[in-house]
Design a protein around this ligand. Structure first.
Ligand code: 13P
Length: 255
């Protein structure tokens, strides 16, 4: 990462893990371990954990994020949560377009775009996930896939608003598989994403944008990934559920 141009952001994505009491216990463990972090630290937790999580990190350097948000403020959308609800609870970040939502729950670039705009309008910060399938990488269309996702997911997002967007590059084949992208693969695509952002919004905005890597990032490989110029942080799944591992990643981002 390039710390002179941007701030590193380490975010845990807890996915469907931890009950409220377990969330409180895990955050209580994490808080002292990351207290002197020189990067942004976020925990994105299940909806029912949000209130407890916000309370647990009050007065600390940890921010809380949700794992999705709907684009409407209210109405007949069974099972969905609005940005207003998240704001009132004290959420600051929202993961959007995660590949698990795209794969298992029919999320499309169109819905990711609507959610992104709603999250920004509410003054929350979206972590927009993009990434190619293994098949797409093997067919040599990684860049096409990523460029398309970036264009569609950020369609109609203004230059002012895009400054509050974090992009997470998560190659789908590296998520939960233990198969991390190599440092060079991560750097190559993160640099490509920055170049696409520059085309859409200009170099200055692109230089300031935080672009995370996600996919089997852990305490063992984080330092090498984060040493790359365009890898500005991580979106961490499994390793974010173990306080010591998450804290080690935060430490790697703080040097
Ligand atoms: P893992 O770190 O468990 O591979 O998950 C990555 C991820 O999907 C984060 O959003």
């Amino acid at each position: 990462m390039n710390k002179t141009l941007r701030k590193a952001v380490i975010a845990g994505n807890w996915k469907m893990n931890k009950t409220p009491s377990e969330a409180k216990a895990l955050l209580n463990e994490i808080v002292p371990l990351v207290a002197d972090a020189d990067c942004e630290v976020i925990a994105c937790v299940p909806y029912v954990d949000l209130a407890v999580a916000v309370e647990a990190v009050k007065g600390t350097n940890i921010k809380i994020g949700a794992e999705n948000a709907h684009w409407e403020q209210s109405g007949a959308f069974t099972g969905e949560i609005s940005t207003g609800m998240l704001k009132e609870v004290g959420v600051e970040y929202v993961v959007l377009g995660h590949s698990e939502r795209r794969q298992y729950f029919g999320e499309t670039d169109e819905t990711v775009n609507k959610r992104t705009k709603a999250v920004l309008k509410a003054g929350l910060k979206p972590i927009v996930c993009v990434g190619e399938l293994l098949w797409e990488r093997e067919c040599n269309i990684t860049e096409e896939v990523i460029a398309r996702q970036i264009k569609l997911d950020l369609f109609d997002v203004s230059a002012e608003d895009v400054k509050n967007v974090i992009i997470a590059y998560e190659p789908v084949w590296a998520i939960g598989t233990g198969r991390t992208a190599t440092d060079d693969q991560a750097e190559e695509v993160c640099a490509f994403i920055r170049a696409e952002i520059a085309k859409l919004y200009g170099q200055e905005i692109a230089d300031g944008m935080t672009i995370q890597y996600g996919g089997s990032m852990n305490d063992g490989n984080a330092a090498a990934l984060l040493s790359k110029e365009n890898v500005d942080g991580g979106l961490i799944g499994g390793a974010s559920l173990v306080a010591a591992k998450f804290a080690a990643i935060v430490k790697a981002a703080s040097v």
